[in-house]
Design a protein around this ligand. Structure first.
Ligand code: GTP
Length: 459
């Protein structure tokens, strides 16, 4: 095998035909089996104004009800709890035997609360902080999965853990009125994944620009226009142009479909087709309705007809998830993850380290000598073992000393008790001797004693 350490050997590589089966052709299957067994992780983040349809979009994207269903009637009810802090939901889902641990981070309501500035900065800080559990870039932070059109819908869903660091408050009337006005005038929602999806009607607000400006170096951004069913085709066209102009004006980097040398012309043109639709005009609905010809479809039913979520003539939702081959979420998921880990996170880390005054060591970029690395690892391992051994010895010695001290103490106690008993007995013996002596000296002589001493008795 050619390694990076031995380019000089490259010329001496010879091509050989195998005589028989070796087995390495099975490596891709091994990787596949391992991946399926291990399962995947995927983190999604949703940010934006309240009521823009973020929760519905997440439910629609993953074809599951991660968030409880709301409809327009209950949405406006004062009893509907409104999430006013960042919250994360983790769910284990499975599709065709492939397990996925999905974490969705929702930060609803930006843009329509009283203390917006404070919320914005708190939100940004939390989003920018990779130590946030759900966004830990080291632990495979962001990933995207999808349900290609050919696959059945998710057949099993188990909400395993629901992590909330949120407070929920009842929506009050004042918020509701401002919410309605805001929604009509300039609704915007932003979803941060390994991609960030950003939704807008007209143009981006300063708040959204600020979010994107600070985060486009951290995450992949995909702009989307929310609730596009409430816009005419002409409005959608104009808004798309305006949003792209805003993004370009602020030098914000948005998601680009990856291009490979080996891509065929069909793939390239499909990618172009998708990219030309950004910002995607989407419609969200996690409910099925009856469409033309009695078909059951995911969509929204209006008196004048049905808007179908998965119908590419009705909206661009398929660009996010169902486009057969080249949607960001169905085939480019791995690239999104790699880009996030290798580029976005590494940039972030370098920035942070440099801000702390730590300079990048150029030697880090030197090629790694595998033998030297192995030797270093072996030495490290041996040092660890030696340390463990000496620690165990010390613990053993401490235990032995402790035991010895205990034995000595109980021996001394026994000896002291023995001595005490001996002294008590001796004292008792002497007392008895003395008593005997006293008795013997004061008592009259009995006939037996006299006889013993030589007296005779006359009867
Ligand atoms: P918060 O959780 O309060 O931030 O709201 P949200 O942004 O998560 O919005 P949610 O998904 O709860 O949707 C709000 C309302 O908009 C609900 O009544 C949805 O049925 C409706 N809705 C969602 N998506 C669409 C859409 O694409 N078009 C239309 N017309 N309505 C939508």
């Amino acid at each position: 095998f050619k390694t990076r350490r031995a380019p000089e050997l490259a010329n001496s590589v010879i091509r050989k035909k195998l005589q028989g089966y070796v087995g390495f052709a099975n490596l891709p299957n091994q990787v596949h089996r391992k991946s399926v067994k291990k399962g995947f992780h995927f983190t999604t983040m949703v940010v934006g104004e309240s009521g823009l349809g973020k929760s519905t979009l997440v439910n629609t994207l993953f074809n599951t009800t991660l968030y409880p269903a709301k409809n327009d009637t209950v949405e406006l009810s004062p009893e509907v709890p409104k999430t006013v802090e960042i919250q994360a939901i983790t769910a284990d889902i499975e599709e065709n035997g492939v397990k996925l641990r999905l974490t969705v981070v929702d930060t609803p309501g930006f843009g329509d609360f009283v203390n917006n500035e404070e919320r914005k900065h708190r939100g940004l800080n939390q989003i920018e902080n990779p130590d946030m559990p759900c966004l830990d870039p080291v632990g495979n932070p962001y990933s995207i999965t999808s349900r290609p059109a050919s696959m059945p819908i998710l057949n099993r869903r188990t909400v395993s853990t629901v992590t909330r660091w949120s407070i929920t408050a009842s929506t009050h009337a004042s918020t509701l009125s401002s919410r309605r006005v805001t929604r009509k005038s300039m609704p915007l929602s932003i979803l941060w994944f390994e991609v960030t999806i950003l939704a807008s009607y007209a143009h981006l607000k300063p708040l959204d620009i600020e979010f994107m400006r600070r985060l486009h170096t951290r995450v992949n951004l995909i702009p989307v226009i929310a609730k596009s069913d409430t816009l005419t085709e002409e409005e959608i066209r104009v808004f798309k142009e305006r949003i792209l102009a805003d993004i370009a004006h602020h030098n914000i980097h948005i998601y680009q479909a990856p291009q490979y040398e080996y891509d065929d012309s069909e793939t390239i043109s499909e990618n172009r087709e998708i990219m030309a639709k950004i910002p995607f005009a989407i419609v969200g609905s996690d409910k099925e309705v009856e469409a033309e010809g009695g078909r059951r479809v995911r969509g929204r039913k209006y008196p004048w007809g049905v808007i179908e979520v998965d119908n590419e003539e009705h909206c661009d939702f398929h660009c996010l998830i169902d486009f057969p081959y080249h949607s960001p979420l169905s085939t480019h998921m791995e690239e999104l993850k790699e880009y996030t880990n290798d580029v976005l996170y590494e940039n972030y880390r370098t920035e942070k380290l440099m801000a702390m005054g730590i300079q990048q060591d150029p030697s880090v970029f030197k090629e790694v000598n595998p033998l030297q690395k192995m030797e270093e690892e072996r030495q490290l391992h041996e040092t660890k073992l030696a340390k463990m051994e000496s620690e165990m010895k010390m613990v053993f010695q401490a235990k032995v000393q402790e035991k010895e001290a205990k034995l000595k103490q109980s021996e001394e106690e026994l000896y002291a008790r023995h001595k005490e008993m001996k002294e008590a007995l001796e004292k008792q013996r002497l007392e008895l001797e003395e008593k005997k002596r006293r008795i013997e000296s004061g008592r009259p002589i009995t006939p037996e004693k006299k006889q013993k001493k030589g007296f005779s008795f006359n009867k």
